[in-house]
Design a protein around this ligand. Structure first.
Ligand SMILES: [Zn+2]
Length: 190
């Protein structure tokens, strides 16, 4: 299978969103450069981890480059919903961040999940240069973004991730819309 390598440079829009019923939602990253749209499947936890990692990444950048203006994380909710058709290219195994300081551009690098991933856990490539170090034949998409676009995507993604199933006040487990078998209430009178 030929390896896919796509650079959306720069993206005109990028978002993270979810589709589906609570408890069965599928999460996506969708980037767009003019009329080229790339949609990838991610896990909810990958969005949450990315959002945390991005904040560290941005504060590191502001230490290295003190003159950089603060990246706004503001977004217009209407624009953050995923656009049909949702035709994902692949399922993401790894998300990494890079930075092009000449152009003040942040790069979100999404690498496809592969069967190798479970085996070579020891492969700890430092994500120094986003263009290099891609030794496996996994498909790769690089989204070239402003810092503000990435921060907006992560904030919205966190918001969406938190809109899952309501939490049961008795057992702390998420409750499905069809009903909830509560281990704490079974046999107990609340
Ligand atoms: Zn419960």
């Amino acid at each position: 299978m030929p390896r896919i390598e796509i650079d959306l440079n720069p993206v005109t829009h990028i978002t993270a969103d979810a589709i589906g019923q609570p408890g069965k939602r599928v999460f996506y990253i969708q980037g767009q450069k003019d009329d080229q749209v790339v949609t990838l499947i991610v896990e909810k936890v990958q969005i949450q981890t990315l959002a945390l990692g991005l904040e560290d990444f941005l504060s590191e950048l502001s230490q290295r480059f003190p003159d950089l203006p603060e990246a706004s994380g503001e977004y217009d909710e209407v624009l953050m919903h995923i656009m049909p058709p949702v035709d994902p290219l692949f399922r993401v195994g790894e998300l990494a961040l890079g930075y092009d300081s000449d152009n003040d551009t942040a790069i979100l690098i999404a690498r496809e999940i592969t069967n190798q991933d479970e085996e070579d856990e020891q492969a700890e490539d430092e994500a120094g240069d986003p263009g290099l170090g891609e030794e496996s034949d996994a498909n790769v998409v690089r989204f070239w973004c402003t810092r503000a676009q990435l921060r907006a995507m992560c904030r919205w993604g966190l918001e969406v991730a938190s809109q899952g199933r309501p939490i049961c006040p008795y057992c702390g487990q998420p409750m499905d819309p069809e009903g909830h078998f509560c281990p704490k209430r079974n046999g107990h009178k609340h």
